[in-house]
Ligand binder design. Structure first.
Ligand code: TYM
Length: 335
């Protein structure tokens, strides 16, 4: 691709720490596809990040391939977009080390995700959990990224990435592009748990709390039927007083391409049973075509391996340019 044709860079990543949920889809993957025509895109499986919590090795490997297949099944063409695993591009870990020396301990300890994860994994508060956002900054800054589509939970990490980039640039000149987050304005930027709608839906939650991207129609129907609502009976958006109902409205809207108001209007005068039916249908309609494509792709192990190899080569060439520049700027001896 010539310089003239080059578009700004879009970068995002997902931890392959489990099967992805409709929270990941609504908050992130859906936007990857929507934005991908306007940018040169890299989509990463952040397998090094996943190691901050204990993983079963065989499962981590499997999930890495599955996330790659899901990206493609969601419409991301691996020829046009760079799809790769973080651990295949050694420059991530190398830049992370440098950036660690430009990040303060106090900044890292303030991160809500660090506080949450430390509370949930009190027996394993490892240093990686603390420096996690520095590796994330390295991911983003290596590619001179302009925009990073993420869910609302990653906003604080993005702000830290920007601070690190600005700090480095103010010392060494314009080395990094300062990235902008892209967080959808709708409530879909934070999809909540079905069993506890005051908490974020998470792939590490208990099975009934999330709908996975590969759940079949029966599982989707059952989980939505059990989703927590309230006793007031009215279908309206009120995140504070009606978090469960609001979450179902948000999911239905996101999965059917409507606004929450349109969903409420279409269900006027009906009960929560009708809302749950609408949510179930919208999820099944959106996921079915993705799932059939996913099943085909994930079974084709040679294709996935080739995609990851090709993605790693392309990502590595780009990453190297930035890393060389950084090494030179900070004064590392050049051979
Ligand atoms: P991860 O793997 O937790 O989630 C992947 C993406 O899904 C979004 N997301 C949600 N959005 C709405 N509602 C939810 N319930 C929900 N749960 C997750 C996340 O915001 C994210 O966009 N640190 C990142 C991975 C990462 C990364 C990066 C992202 C590593 N390096 C560089 C962007 C750029 C994470 O843990 O995502």
């Amino acid at each position: 691709m010539s310089e003239i044709e080059r578009k700004p860079i879009l970068y995002s990543a997902v931890q392959p720490s489990g099967v992805l949920t409709i929270g990941n889809y609504i908050g992130a993957l859906r936007n990857f596809k929507l934005l991908s025509d306007d940018y040169d895109c890299l989509f990463c499986m952040a397998d090094l990040h996943a190691l901050t919590v204990r993983q079963v090795p065989a499962e981590l490997r499997r999930h890495t391939a599955e996330v790659a297949a899901l990206y493609i099944a969601c419409g991301l063409d691996p020829e046009k977009n760079i799809i790769y695993a973080q651990s295949h591009v050694h420059q991530h870990a190398e830049l992370a080390w440098i950036l660690n020396c430009f990040t303060y301990d106090g900044e890292l300890r303030r991160m809500t995700q660090f506080k949450d994860k430390s509370a949930r994994h009190a027996d394993n508060i490892n240093a990686g959990l603390l420096t996690y956002p520095v590796l994330m900054a390295a991911d983003i800054l290596l590619y001179q990224t302009a925009v990073v589509p993420v869910g609302a939970d990653q906003k604080q990490h993005l702000e830290l990435s920007r601070d690190i980039a600005e700090r480095f640039n103010s010392l060494y000149g314009d080395v990094f592009v300062v990235p902008e987050p892209y967080i959808s304005k709708s409530a879909g930027a934070r999809v909540m748990s079905l069993t506890d709608p005051t908490a974020k839906m998470s792939k590490s939650g208990e099975p009934d709390s999330f709908i996975s991207m590969v759940d079949d129609a029966d599982a989707i129907r059952r989980k939505i039927r059990r989703a927590v609502t309230d006793s007031d009976g009215e279908i309206r958006v009120d995140a504070e007083n009606k978090p469960g109902v609001t979450n179902l409205i948000t999911i239905t809207a996101a999965m059917s391409g409507r606004t929450p108001d349109e969903v409420c209007a279409s269900l006027q005068g009906q009960g929560y049973g009708a809302l749950k039916d609408a949510a179930t249908q919208a999820i099944i309609d959106t996921l079915s075509p993705i799932q059939s494509e996913y099943k085909r792709l994930v079974a084709d192990k040679a294709f996935i391996a080739e995609t990851l190899k090709n993605g790693a080569e392309r990502a590595s060439a780009l990453a190297n340019r930035t890393l060389r520049k950084v090494y030179k700027k900070v004064g590392l001896y050049q051979l």
